[in-house]
Ligand binder design. Structure first.
Ligand SMILES: [Zn+2]
Length: 265
């Protein structure tokens, strides 16, 4: 059993020999693996300072109950989250495993993104400083750097803001804006990224936040030179694939789990 799809393995050019997504002997093993990546993702969000009060959530679809997802308990600091703290939420927004509340916005947004995108295993969102600053401009990112090309023609803008997302219709509209892309910029709010693995969704969030920072810096300093379309398209295929996102996450996962082994508790 594996998270990989045919599409994922078709884009492995440059990564031949690398064992992409791990294989599992049982659903329990796969679930445990997904929860470990998710808890580590939160520790990284904490490390990068992506927390802002009680805002922000990363979700991982359950490998068996496909309309359920694992998420952070409401009000718990990202930096403290352990595997055993994660809660399982069903399609009605009820917590069916764990003893905590689910953030209402987490359910409104993520349930609809997971429903709109059956291929997506995980979705990440927070009110990180550069992401929300960039979001206020109501613009897509430009292909200014090699890293930013991961989002070239592969992200969207949710060009609306009407308050905290608490109703499912708003979540549906966000899912619609996301389309088949890996990320959506929520105007006046922040970033949301998705992936075929937790690894991928978390990596896209981290690198998108930094691409927002890079474009803000470059535009503050002068007039940036854009990468031309042909080169941007090629680079997108190199740094923006599912496998590339997965691989890019691994050094961060190794670092955070070595430094904070209690994440596995
Ligand atoms: Zn939010």
């Amino acid at each position: 059993m594996s998270d990989a799809t045919a599409e994922d393995t078709a884009d492995m050019k440059g990564f031949e020999g690398f064992s992409y997504l791990p294989k599992f002997d049982s659903i329990e093993e796969e679930r445990r693996h997904r929860k470990e990546r998710l808890a580590a993702g939160f520790r990284l969000f904490g490390r990068f300072g992506f927390d802002e009060g009680v805002a922000g959530h990363i979700t991982a679809r359950d490998p068996e109950l496909l309309d359920h997802f694992w998420v952070n308990p409401f009000g718990m600091n990202f930096s403290h989250i352990r595997v055993s703290d994660l809660i399982l939420v069903n399609d009605k927004g009820e917590v069916v495993e764990g003893h905590a509340f689910v953030n209402a916005a987490a359910f409104a947004i993520h349930s609809q993104v997971h429903a709109a995108r059956p291929d997506v295993v995980a979705a990440a969102h927070s009110h990180s400083i550069y992401g929300k600053s960039w979001s206020a401009l109501g613009r897509l990112l430009d292909p200014l750097t090699q890293d930013a090309c991961a989002f070239y023609k592969d992200h969207a803008l949710f060009d609306d803001y009407t308050g905290v997302v608490l109703d499912l219709e708003e979540g549906k509209r966000i899912g619609h804006a996301l389309g088949d892309h890996k990320a959506v910029i929520l105007r006046n709010h922040g970033l949301l990224t998705v992936g075929h693995s937790v690894d991928e969704a978390v990596w896209w969030f981290i690198t998108m936040e930094r691409s927002c920072q890079a474009q803000l810096l470059a535009e503050a300093a002068g007039t940036p030179v854009l990468i031309e379309e042909e080169a941007a398209t090629l680079t997108a295929s190199q740094v923006g694939s599912h496998v590339s996102g997965y691989v890019s996450f691994q050094p961060l996962y190794a670092k955070i789990t070595r430094e904070q082994p209690d994440v596995f508790d």
